[in-house]
Structure formats: C-alpha cells, structure tokens
Design a protein around this ligand. Structure first.
Ligand SMILES: [Zn+2]
Length: 534
C-alpha cells in the first residue's frame, strides 16, 4: 500500500463523521451518464473537429446550458468560431527511404514509420540522420542533448522520454511540439524522427499507425504555427527501429533498455540518410468552442472567473477495429464535458452564492493538438487576466471506485492544496501523477491556460500504483479502448466514482471562486515563469 492510501485510510478511520457530514451529495452519476450517452452515441459519429457530429454535440451542450440558465459567454451567443487548416497525407504519392552506403532501403509506411501531419511537411527532404538521445535542451537543469553535435541541415532521431534527473512537469514541457522544435531548430536540424519509448506507449503500434492517414489540423493563421520551418516529422515503429541504427556501432535494443529506466543516452551520427516525399492535401475547416458563465455575487470579485474546461471533440470515424469504425470517445471526453454540464446546472440551481464568476469552457480541436484551447486562450472571450484558475477535465476514467484522486500539477500551485483539502473532506486521498513518463500534464487543454500564466490542474480517478490489479485495469483500458472504437457506452463504468468525482470538482470550484486569495504558482514551480508580470 502506498503512503497516500495509508494517509487516506487513517483519515477515514479517525474522522468518519467529518467525512460523511461534509459530503453533501449533489450528484448520483445518472445525469452524468445520460449526457455521456447522448454525446458518445453512434449518431454523433465520434465528434470529429469540423464535423456535423461535433456540431450536434455542441448544439446539445448549448441547449443544456440554456435550459440550466447559464449565461452565454462566447462571441456569438455561446459559440466562439475557430478556423483550422486540415492536412491529410496522400500515402500512395508519398514515400520514405533510408539511404545507406549509397543503397536505397525503402520503408513501409504504416509498418516502419508514418508521416506526422501536425507539421506542415515539405514536399521532399533528403538529409543525414543523427541520434540525439532524448532530444531535449533544458537550460534550468543544465541539460543539453545537442551539445557538441553537428545537426546543421540534418534530421534528428530521438527516443521519446527524459532522463531521471528531469522532474516530470519540466520533462513534459520540453517535450511539447513547440519547445521540441525550438530546440531542434536552434541546433540546426530540419526535421525529426521520433521513436516512441516502448516503456511508455499507451497503445500498441498497430493502433497508433492505423489512423495515420486521418486528417490532422492546425489553427488557421501563421501566428499559431509552432513548427514553422520543420520540413520532416516521422514517427518510427520501435519494433523496426534497428534499421535506423544498423552500422552505427549501437543497437536500438541498447537504447531502449537505457530509455526504459530513464538512463542517460549516447549521441552519435547514424550510418544512414533519410529521403522523404510527402504529398499533402489541405482544406479549410470551421468549428467552435462553447463558453458559458455563471455570474458571481461579489461586486468586485464577480469580474474574475474560475474556468472549468473540457474538450467535446474526439477523433471521428476511422479505420475499423473489430468491425466498428465509430470512435465514440465516451471517456475521451464525453465524460468530461458531461461533468461540466452537471456542475454548471448544480451550481446554478444551488442557493450558495459564489463571489467570483465561473466560466464553463467546452473546447474543440483538442485531439488535433489542444487547438481549441489554444485559440481560446489567445482570443479569450473574457479578459485574460480575469481568469484566475483553470480546472480541466479530460478522460478522468471512473472505471474503478474513487479512493485516490490523481492530480496533475499537484505541486505546481496552491490549487494542489485546495484540491487535496476538498478531496480529503470527502475521505478521498490525493496523489501526484504516478506515471510522469506519459506527459499527462501537457497532454490536455489546461496546458494552454498554463502558458498564459493561469494556474491550472487536471484530475482523474487514480489507481494505487502498488496494486497490480488496479494498474492492470488502467493499462488494459489504454491498450484496448484509448482512441479505439470500444471507448463507447457499452463499456463498464462506475457511476458512484463519477458522482464522487463531480462532487470534488464542484467543491473545488466553490472553494476557489469564494477565496479572496487568487491561486498562486509555487515559488519553485517551473510554470510560474508564464505568470502575469513575471
Ligand atoms: Zn484523446
């Protein structure tokens, strides 16, 4: 049993009446499940950004918000339009080839590698390859994978992940596509080949590569292009990665073994070049964020907002798995959007008057790279500085009873302590991210709020890292259902875990909205640098 659970158990034993008395119940899980069932229904076709299915999902959200009496807070009623450029690779006109000793070794797209269309790829690239370890440059830790390497005009090959000495949040931040490309570009590289770390792969390669020809998107407008100048981006199958290393004096097996334990990695030129031809089809797509407000009661503080955010979009219709082509996204993230609807309705109904206003932000384009939230935080519908915190919900996974809550960003701001207090009052313990290698802190929409200086948290139903049984339930969920058609409403969920989770979210919103003190980044938090005036 880990120490967090021990703490929870002793607290429950010591304070049974407090835990029960303070747990005023506002949710039973049933209304939540009704919303999930609507949003994840086959007829919404997986809520792809820009699709009719997502439009219907958002119309439902707007209808619920209106019925509940929430105030529109978009630019066009509840809506805020967002424009995208959609990019799709035409594989039959594209190719990738290794050139070794003057000999061409064609790669099989899908099996060996695939093009990453989040990047606006150049039509052709030919360049030598250099292995750059984790490919990270982290000045605050004096860590630089590029020191002494000649990368000018070359393509960097890297293993995703980070060395042990780099704390989770920092490692996550520097692996974001923006930071990653900034470092590579500064080192002179023209592109990258990323090999997913086999020790931290959520889903197997066969499923990762399955939907590679599915359209990707970027926000329309050059100001949003974070990978400008990146000519090539490939993801390489770790099981086929030995071909990259052949003749280099190193093997991928050796690299993977080191990477598994977050050991330092060597850096060296590879014995091959890459030649790539990428044919892309580009179209314009329009979608929207949905924003609603619940006005606060304090004459002054009501001009400040606590944001509660969740993405409504998912990945739409894709390649069939077991005969099913609709990627319903019930947990990812109909589940989170439904919590927002429940909490909005509950707070509106309740007698308690909160001092600050609450902003409910349903974003689009999360699956395309956190794009709806990126647009919203760059073009907020309320004053940016008036948003004092963001609590984001994405795939909180009520698939086991809620005994421990995982809080992403727990140690970064005092929101962490507030979340801990609210959870403990319900007899639920809190733990930091037990799997920092998965980069969860930057993998959802809270990250865009953070980049604009707004303290933020994300939370999910946690498993006891010491319990192999619970660990397996989560691992299996990721392997089998994450971004698969089986993330649908026929899967088993724990309604009471969902209800308890909603209770914590509601409690935290009230707590933060009522506290005279604005949430603050911790002095030692890396993310403090994005705070206003710093
Ligand atoms: Zn997702």
């Amino acid at each position: 049993m880990n120490k967090f659970l021990l703490f929870a158990v002793s607290l429950i034993l010591a304070l049974p009446t407090l835990a029960q008395d303070s747990a005023q119940r506002h949710f039973d899980g049933n209304s939540w499940w009704e919303h999930v069932k609507f949003l994840a229904d086959d007829k919404l076709e997986g809520r792809e950004t820009g699709s009719e299915g997502l439009r219907q999902a958002e119309a439902y959200v707007v209808d619920q918000l209106r019925k509940a009496g929430l105030r529109p807070a978009g630019t066009d009623g509840y809506y805020q339009a967002v424009k995208f450029q959609s990019r799709q690779i035409i594989e039959k006109d594209s190719s990738a080839t290794l050139i070794r000793n003057g000999k061409a070794e064609p790669l099989v797209l899908g099996d060996d590698t695939y093009f990453n269309t989040r990047v606006d790829l150049a039509p052709t690239v030919e360049a030598p390859l250099v292995f750059v370890g984790y490919g990270l440059s982290i000045p605050e830790k004096n860590y630089d994978d590029f020191a002494g390497l000649d990368l000018k005009g070359k393509v960097a090959v890297l293993l995703t992940g980070s060395p042990k000495e780099i704390p989770g949040a920092l490692a996550s931040h520097y692996q974001s596509s923006r930071q990653r490309w900034q470092a590579l570009q500064k080192a002179g590289a023209i592109g990258m080949i990323g090999i997913p770390n086999p020790a931290a792969m959520d889903i197997p390669w066969s499923r990762i590569s399955l939907n590679r020809a599915h359209p990707n998107m970027g926000l329309a407008g050059a100001q949003f292009d974070e990978t400008a100048g990146e000519q090539l981006s490939l993801t390489f199958n770790p099981e086929r990665a030995e071909k990259l290393f052949a003749g280099s004096g190193h093997t991928f097996a050796e690299i993977a073994e080191l990477g598994k334990n977050r050991q330092p990695l060597p850096h060296f030129p590879l014995a091959a070049s890459i030649k790539a031809v990428a044919k892309m089809e580009k179209t314009e797509v329009v979608s929207a964020n949905v924003v609603a407000a619940l006005p606060g009661s304090d004459p002054k503080l009501k001009n400040e907002y606590v944001a509660l955010s969740a993405h409504v979009d998912h990945v739409g219709i894709g390649e069939a798995v077991d005969g099913d082509r609709i990627y319903n996204g019930a947990m990812d993230n109909a589940s989170g959007a439904s919590v927002l609807l429940d909490v909005a309705a509950s707070l509106q109904r309740s007698k308690e008057k909160m001092k600050r206003s609450v902003l409910f932000v349903f974003v689009t384009g999360e699956e395309k790279g956190l794009l709806g939230s990126k647009y919203f935080t760059a073009n907020p519908t309320v004053n940016l500085n008036s948003m004092i915190a963001d609590i984001n919900i994405d795939m909180f996974l009520p698939i086991i009873p809620l005994k421990v809550l995982t809080v992403y960003g727990l140690a970064e701001s005092d929101l962490g302590e507030r979340a801990r207090e609210v959870a403990l009052a319900q007899g639920i313990a809190v733990q930091p991210d037990p799997e920092p290698l998965r980069n969860s802190f930057i993998r959802s929409d809270q990250y865009n709020f953070i980049l604009h200086g707004i303290p933020a948290l994300a939370m999910g139903v946690g498993f006891d890292p010491e319990s192999s049984e619970q660990k397996k339930i989560f691992k299996d969920w990721l392997t089998d259902r994450y971004h698969a058609p089986s993330d649908d409403v026929t899967q088993p969920v724990d309604l009471s875990a969902a209800a308890e989770y909603e209770e914590i979210i509601r409690g935290l919103m009230v707590e933060v909205a009522d506290d005279e003190q604005r949430p603050q980044w911790k002095a030692e938090s890396f993310f403090r640098r994005y705070g206003a005036g710093e």
